[in-house]
Design a protein around this ligand. Structure first.
Ligand code: 6MZ
Length: 348
């Protein structure tokens, strides 16, 4: 019975909209990277938070620093991107928006531009190999690096959005939410918006950021990452909820990530319940499937069992994610057709 349920969630066609590249590296790929760099003395336990384990959000950010040491060459970026895309595809993901922060590494000759080019080459390579998933890319701004780097990143994203044949669709704002203030990033984000880039912003991932949240919501973003502390029950406000609902800004929700990172105390307390009950668009996502040892099929299964969702509600959730994506309308239509076809096949 359990296996049958697992199979259903794997077969269910899915859309992944919130996946950080370096947080999504599987343990198989990680083991290969670790073996290639024995001098770093990194053990796998340092790069993933396994079942039953929790860390503070702060400790999660230390994990990313360890992982970044393992992915500091062009060939590493190519390998992790192709592996991550193939893994999402084999978990039944048919449309994927990957996000990653361009990095430079003087010692290996990696530049930020080369970083993005390599991700795009890997995406193209997977397409040529016939991997069954449509992939788009969001260039990430790490808030830790401040407004100047943010502006540089926006300019680079603008260039790539023109030259990448529609693969670069927008920007992500992420990084340690306790560092810096969103107000300093408004000019860059505003510029990105004006040049047609979509904005997926981490918002209210930690408590007590009402002022910043209100400011960033005024842009407005096209999607919100986490939004854990928006609603009044957790110290947010009705005003924030009203703004999000009025502007109809979808939420990207990453249950296992929030539980393992300890911003939510248990699955049944996850804010999916609050927003889903309001009928607000929610998209289940993995965040960092490698670090948090999860898969998108598992997140759907967890949501369904925790909140007693019917099969029809599960399908509706995965279909709704198509509408929340940054894909052009023609791709959305293709995806809707595929969903309908797969639904018939799976339930025949
Ligand atoms: C757990 N919740 C989170 N909140 C905020 N930012 C996060 C994150 N998880 C990941 N990142 C962001 O993604 C980077 C790793 O992938 P890339 O090197 O960009 O591919 C992290 O360094 C952080 O900036």
């Amino acid at each position: 019975m359990q296996d049958e349920a697992d199979l259903f969630y794997r077969q269910l066609p899915k859309v992944e909209l919130h996946a950080h590249l370096n947080g999504s590296i599987s343990s198989a790929t990680m083991q290969r990277l670790v073996a290639q760099k024995p001098h770093l003395h990194i053990q796998h336990s340092m790069t993933a938070i396994n079942r039953g384990q929790r860390r503070t959000l702060d400790e999660c950010f230390q994990v990313f620093e360890v992982i970044h040491q393992l992915t500091d060459r062009v060939e590493d970026i190519f390998t992790v991107t192709t592996d991550v895309i193939k893994e999402f595809a084999s978990d039944g993901v048919k449309y994927l928006e990957l996000r990653s922060t361009p990095r430079e590494e003087k010692s290996t000759g990696l530049t930020k531009r080369k970083y993005v080019e390599t991700v795009l080459e890997a995406i193209k390579h997977c397409k040529q190999e016939g991997v069954d998933v449509e992939v788009r890319f969001l260039v990430a701004i790490d808030r830790r690096h401040g407004p100047e780097v943010a502006m540089e990143t926006v300019k680079m994203a603008e260039d790539f959005s023109v030259s990448s044949d529609g693969v670069v669709v927008g920007l992500d704002l992420s990084g340690d939410p306790t560092v810096g203030h969103g107000k300093d990033l408004i000019p860059s984000l505003q510029r990105a918006r004006n040049s047609g880039l979509k904005l997926a912003l981490h918002l209210a991932e930690v408590p007590s950021q009402q002022e910043e949240t209100q400011l960033l919501l005024s842009l407005p973003p096209d999607r919100i990452g986490h939004g854990t502390f928006l609603h009044p029950e957790v110290g947010g406000s009705q005003e924030l909820v009203d703004t999000v609902m009025k502007k109809c800004i979808p939420l990207e929700l990453c249950m296992t990530s929030n539980i393992k990172g300890q911003t939510v105390s248990s699955y049944d307390k996850h804010h999916f319940l609050y927003w889903n009950n309001l009928g607000h668009p929610c998209v289940l996502c993995t965040d960092d499937k490698g670090v948090f040892a999860t898969e998108l099929s598992q997140e759907y299964q967890l949501a369904a069992t925790t909140f007693n969702l019917s099969t029809a509600e599960v399908w509706a959730l995965s279909e709704q994610a198509i509408d929340c994506s940054f894909a052009p309308e023609s791709i959305k239509q293709d995806l809707r057709r595929r969903w309908a076809q797969l639904k018939r096949e799976i339930h025949s």
